[in-house]
Every structure is written in structure tokens, then in C-alpha cells.
Ligand binder design. Structure first.
Ligand code: CP
Length: 313
């Protein structure tokens, strides 16, 4: 393992919200992720067990966390189908977490209820990582997004970022907006009126003096952007099926729309996509979403390492 000159910082015990990270802590995670990308197998946790508790479907977050834990030498326990657990018999989240924290050294949890990860951290005796709680937060996605932005742009400061799609329920855009606020961005929010960025997030930007504009037009918001961050309209967050039907196909990014984009412009998407990025975009140099998902492994290796108590790598 390479010895780094990374500064030792005081990470909080849990990672529940991107607000848990200062700018310095974010930069430390990104720097560790870069070193893990250069050292993909670093079996420093052969004595540790990581619990992966997914109460809600996932492909990337679960598999990249489990890959990260395996590449760090840890063993992984857990479930991806709550139907096979005692939750179906009525066991509470509190009891499940208290039990699992007797088995594992670290818990990664995804749950459909907002606030569930925070609650889990309050009853757990081991560190808890929020892998997505309802429409609230997805902080590890944000860190891999930042890593992807840094890798492709060479910097995080003063970038123009267009957030597109479901800005109302999209936990990834909420967390990303808050994290990027450390780096003087200019935002464009592209969404239909039903899925606009909630007022509370816009107020946070106003307080910090960060510029943003809002639009319903996707094609006009590409030419002068550094990052176009597409999101899926999330059927599972809607209580009104008619409202979902009205907005589900609102945007579809096509190859012809990005012909005049800046050379450095990258298209990100937390994935899964449905039809908001047409497949004719996939072979463009601007498409970065599959590489972005790959970056999740290195970023989560860094996060697991920090929460298991190693602050330098
Ligand atoms: N980006 C993301 O959270 O993907 P999954 O739902 O597949 O984990």
C-alpha cells in the first residue's frame, strides 16, 4: 500500500447526509478514492465484516459497496430482498439494526423511508452508511459524482452544471447540489413544473450567494455547460399514478442535441436510466455515466476505510 501525505481528519462516526462532510473531508475522500483506483486490491480489512442491508432495490450501490468491501479484504453479509428476512414477520428496523450491529463492524443501509438511515445510526453500535433513504439523501452517490466531475474536469470550482429531470424527488440531485455548493458552481435546473427543485434547496443556494436559473427546456441548456446531470423520473416516489404518467417521458437526451456542447462537457446519470438518455448518446465522448458507476467502487472503498477508522491511505 502506498503511504500518502493525506491529512488526518476527524470523520464523523456515521455517513448519513452529505452535510456530515466539510469541504476538507470531501476532498480527502476524493483523494483516497484516487489512490484506491491505483491500488484496486488493498486487503487492509481481512478481520472486518460489512453488512449490506438493502430494504429497497439496487444494482450499482449494493454491488459497488460489496465489491469495495471485498477489494478491501472484508467479508460481506446481508440481504437484497427484504422478503427473505424477519421484517416480513413484523420485526422493526430498530431490532434489525441492533441485531446486525452485533454481527458486523459496519452497516450499509438502503431504505425507502426518509430519515431511516439516521434512525439506524442512532440505534447501531457500529458505523452506519446511508445508501439512500427515500427522496432524502444518497451521500455516497454524491461523492462518486464529485469524483467523476473532478476526474473529467480536472477541478471542482466554478463549473456550470445543468441538473435535469426529477429535481423534486431526486435524492442524488439534492445531495449533489449541497456538496457542489462548496465549489462556487452555477446551476441550471431543468424540470417540468411538477418536478421542480424544492424551495428549501433553492433557499440554501440563495443564502450562499450561488447563482441558479430554472427552465423547462433541455435543448437550450447544453451548449455552455460543463456537466449535464440527467435523472430518471422515479415512479416509486409518486403517490399519484396520473401525475407520473404525465411527466414520465418529459426529457430524452439525443445525440443531435449535444453536437455543439463544449469539448469538456460530460453527461452524468446516477442510473438506472429509462428513456431520458437515448442509446444514440452512449458512444459519444460526452457520455460518462457508465464510467461514473465504475468510480463508485473506489469512492466507496475510501468511505468504508474512513468509517472503519483508518484516516490515511
Ligand atoms: N445510482 C444508484 O443508486 O443506483 P442503484 O439504485 O442501482 O443502486
Amino acid at each position: 500500500m502506498n503511504k500518502s501525505n493525506t491529512i488526518a481528519i476527524d470523520m464523523s462516526k456515521h455517513l448519513i447526509s452529505i452535510h456530515d462532510f466539510s469541504k476538507e473531508e470531501i476532498l480527502n475522500v476524493l483523494s483516497m478514492a484516487s489512490r484506491f483506483e491505483e491500488n484496486k486490491n488493498s486487503a487492509i480489512f481481512s478481520d472486518k465484516v460489512v453488512a449490506s442491508l438493502f430494504f429497497e432495490p439496487s444494482t450499482r450501490t449494493r454491488l459497488s459497496f460489496e465489491t469495495a468491501a471485498n477489494r478491501l479484504g472484508a467479508r460481506v453479509i446481508g440481504f437484497s430482498d427484504v422478503g427473505n428476512t424477519s421484517v416480513t414477520k413484523g420485526e422493526t428496523l430498530k431490532d434489525t439494526i441492533k441485531m446486525v450491529s452485533n454481527y458486523a463492524d459496519l452497516i450499509v443501509i438502503r431504505h425507502p423511508l426518509e430519515g431511516s438511515a439516521r434512525y439506524a445510526s442512532e440505534v447501531s453500535s457500529v458505523p452506519v452508511i446511508n445508501a439512500g433513504d427515500g427522496a432524502n439523501q444518497h451521500p455516497t452517490q454524491t461523492l462518486l459524482d464529485l469524483y467523476s466531475i473532478l476526474k473529467t474536469q480536472g477541478k471542482l470550482e466554478n463549473l456550470k452544471i445543468n441538473l435535469v429531470g426529477d429535481l423534486k424527488y431526486g435524492r442524488t440531485v439534492h445531495s449533489l447540489l449541497q456538496a457542489m455548493s462548496h465549489f462556487s458552481p452555477k446551476f441550471r435546473f431543468t424540470a417540468p413544473k411538477e418536478l421542480r427543485m424544492p424551495e428549501e434547496y433553492k433557499e440554501q443556494l440563495r443564502v450562499k450567494g450561488i447563482e441558479f436559473e430554472e427552465s423547462e427546456n433541455l435543448e437550450d441548456g447544453i451548449e455552455d455547460m460543463d456537466i449535464v446531470y440527467m435523472t430518471r423520473v422515479q415512479r416509486e416516489r409518486f403517490t399519484d399514478a396520473i401525475e407520473y404518467e404525465r411527466v414520465k417521458n418529459v426529457y430524452s437526451l439525443r445525440r443531435y442535441m449535444i453536437e455543439n456542447a463544449r469539448p469538456n462537457m460530460k453527461i452524468l446519470h446516477p442510473l438506472p436510466r429509462i428513456n431520458e438518455i437515448h442509446q444514440d448518446v452512449d458512444c459519444s465522448d460526452h457520455a460518462y455515466y457508465f464510467d461514473q458507476a465504475g468510480n463508485g467502487v473506489y469512492t466507496r472503498m475510501a468511505i468504508v476505510t474512513l468509517l472503519l477508522g483508518i484516516k490515511e491511505f
